[in-house]
Design a protein around this ligand. Structure first.
Ligand code: PMM
Length: 425
C-alpha cells in the first residue's frame, strides 16, 4: 500500500535537507524521518543506526518505507543498499552510492557498497564533499517536482500525464509523412486527438527522420501557420510548433501557438531562444547531436553511459536557455529518443530516465513508433502503437510527465493505468 499522506512529511524533510545540502546530519535524518513517517514510532528514528539489528531486517524495512512512499525501483534499491549498513558507514556510503545512481549504474553501486566501508574518514569526507551538491539536487527534485508548466497565455498541470498529439504536415515525416495533405485534414485530425485526450497539439512542418533534407523557413511557415491559425481561431489546443527555426517559431507564435518544441535544443538557430523568451512561450528542449543528416554517426557515448551524457548535455542546454531570459517554469526537457542513439542506447536511456528527471525540469518523451521499438518487437512502423503505449507507461513510472504520440487514445489508456498505480486515491 502506498500512502499519499506519508509522502508529504517525507517530501518536506527532503526539501529541508536539500536546502542545507552539505549537512551530513540532515542526510541521516532523511532516512530516520522516513521511517518515522511510515510507522509513527519515534523508536524507528534510531532504527538504522542500531547495532544488533540484522542488515537484512534493515533492508526489508527500508524497502517497505520506499514502497509506501511510492518511490521508484531505483530509489528502493538505493535505500535498501544504504539501510543494510551501520550508522558509521551510512553517510559517505549514501552519498557515494547516490553519485553512482546519477551515473545510473547499479552494478557499480553494489560494488561500491562492498568496498566503501574500508575507506578512511578523510577519504569519506572528500567523497562526501564532492557528492553533496548532486545529492542535494536529486533530493530536491524528489521533494518538490514541478507541478505545472508555464506556456504562453496559461499553464498546464503536470499532476496527471500530459499527452501531446502529433500533427505532421510534412510530405516525408518519419512515421506518418503525407497523411494530412491539407490544412483542413490536419485540423480535423487535431480535433480527434483532443477528443481522445491530448492536452497539447504539436504541429510540425519539417521532417526530422534520419537523413531528412532541410526545409526552407518560408516553406515550413506555409505548411504550419494555416493549421495553427485555424486551431487557434476554433479554440482547439493549446498548440505547440515543432521547429528549429526562429522565423518559423515567431510566425507560429503570432498565429496563436503557446509552445515551441525544438529538437535541436537551441543549437540550430541562435535566435530562437530570444523569440521564446520574448513571447514568454513554453519550450521543449530536446537532446540530439548534429543534424538529422548527421546524427546517426554521432551515437557514441563513453562506456555506454548514455543517460549520464545526455543529462549533462541537456543540463547545459537548459542553463543557456535560462541565461537567455527563459524562466525555469517555461522549460521542459526531452532526452530525444532515436536522435543520435542506437536501439541499445534508447532502451538504456529509457531504463535510466530518472537520471534525466533528476535535472529538475519536467521531462517529455517522444517514443511514438520509433525504430528501436520495431527492433525489439519486429513490428513495422504502422504497427507500433501498442509498443508506444507500453513504453510511455514505463517512462511515466521513471518520472516522465509529457508524452508526444500519434495514437493518443491507446497511450492514454496505458498512462491512465500507470498513473492510477503510482498515484492511488
Ligand atoms: N521526435 C520527432 C519529432 N519531434 N519532438 C520532441 N520533443 N521529441 C521527439 O522525440 C520528437 C520530436 C520525430 O518523430 P516523428 O517524425 O514521428 O514526428
Amino acid at each position: 500500500m502506498k500512502s499519499r499522506g506519508a509522502a508529504k512529511p517525507f517530501a518536506k524533510a527532503l526539501f529541508a535537507l536539500a536546502k542545507e545540502r552539505n549537512q551530513a546530519e540532515a542526510v541521516s535524518g532523511e532516512l530516520a524521518g522516513a521511517a518515522a513517517v511510515v510507522e509513527s514510532d519515534a523508536d524507528l528514528r534510531g532504527f538504522f543506526g542500531r547495532p544488533g539489528v540484522a542488515a537484512s531486517t534493515k533492508r526489508g524495512v527500508a524497502d517497505e518505507i520506499a514502497t509506501r512512499l511510492g518511490c521508484s525501483k531505483l530509489t528502493r534499491d538505493f535505500l535498501g543498499l544504504v539501510a543494510g549498513h551501520g550508522r558509521g558507514a551510512e553517510l559517505p556510503l549514501m552519498r557515494d552510492a547516490m553519485r553512482d545512481l546519477l551515473d545510473a549504474d547499479l552494478g557499480r553501486v553494489r560494488a561500491r557498497v562492498r568496498t566503501v566501508v574500508a575507506l578512511t574518514d578523510a577519504e569519506r569526507q572528500t567523497l562526501s564533499a564532492r557528492l553533496a551538491p548532486a545529492l542535494g539536487r536529486v533530493l530536491a527534485v524528489r521533494a518538490e517536482p514541478s507541478r505545472t508548466w508555464v506556456v504562453r497565455g496559461g499553464e498546464l498541470s503536470l499532476d496527471q500525464p500530459v499527452i501531446i498529439g502529433i500533427i505532421n504536415v510534412t510530405p516525408d515525416s518519419f512515421s506518418d509523412g503525407g497523411h494530412l495533405p491539407t490544412a483542413d485534414a490536419a485540423v480535423a485530425h487535431a480535433e480527434r486527438l483532443i477528443a481522445d485526450g491530448a492536452r497539447l497539439i504539436d504541429v510540425g512542418g519539417e521532417s526530422t527522420r534520419p537523413g531528412a533534407p532541410p526545409v526552407p523557413a518560408q516553406e515550413e511557415i506555409a505548411r504550419v501557420v494555416p493549421v495553427i491559425a485555424t486551431l487557434a481561431r476554433r479554440g482547439i489546443g493549446p498548440v505547440s510548433v515543432d521547429t528549429r527555426k526562429a522565423d518559423v517559431a515567431r510566425a507560429a507564435l503570432d498565429a496563436g501557438a503557446a509552445v515551441v518544441n525544438d529538437v535541436s535544443g537551441f543549437s540550430f538557430d541562435p535566435a530562437l531562444a530570444g523569440v521564446v523568451a520574448e513571447a514568454r512561450a513554453g519550450v521543449v528542449l530536446m537532446h540530439m547531436r548534429g543534424t538529422p543528416a548527421t546524427m546517426d554517426s554521432l551515437a557514441d557515448y563513453r562506456g555506454g553511459h548514455v543517460a549520464v551524457e545526455v543529462a549533462a548535455e541537456l543540463g547545459a542546454i537548459a542553463e543557456r536557455a535560462e541565461s537567455a531570459g527563459i524562466s525555469r517554469e517555461q522549460i521542459v526537457l526531452d532526452p530525444g529518443f532515436g536522435f543520435a542513439k542506437t536501439a541499445a542506447h534508447n532502451f538504456r536511456l529509457l531504463d535510466e530516465l530518472a537520471t534525466i528527471v533528476a535535472l529538475g525540469y519536467p521531462v517529455a518523451v517522444g517514443l511514438s513508433r520509433k525504430r528501436f521499438l520495431g527492433a525489439a518487437t519486429g513490428r513495422p512502423v504502422a504497427d507500433r502503437d501498442r509498443a508506444t503505449a507500453v513504453t510511455c507507461a514505463l517512462a511515466w513510472e521513471r518520472g516522465a510527465r509529457l508524452f508526444r504520440v500519434h495514437d493518443v487514445a491507446l497511450t492514454r489508456e496505458a498512462l491512465t493505468l500507470a498513473s492510477a498505480t503510482t498515484n492511488p486515491t
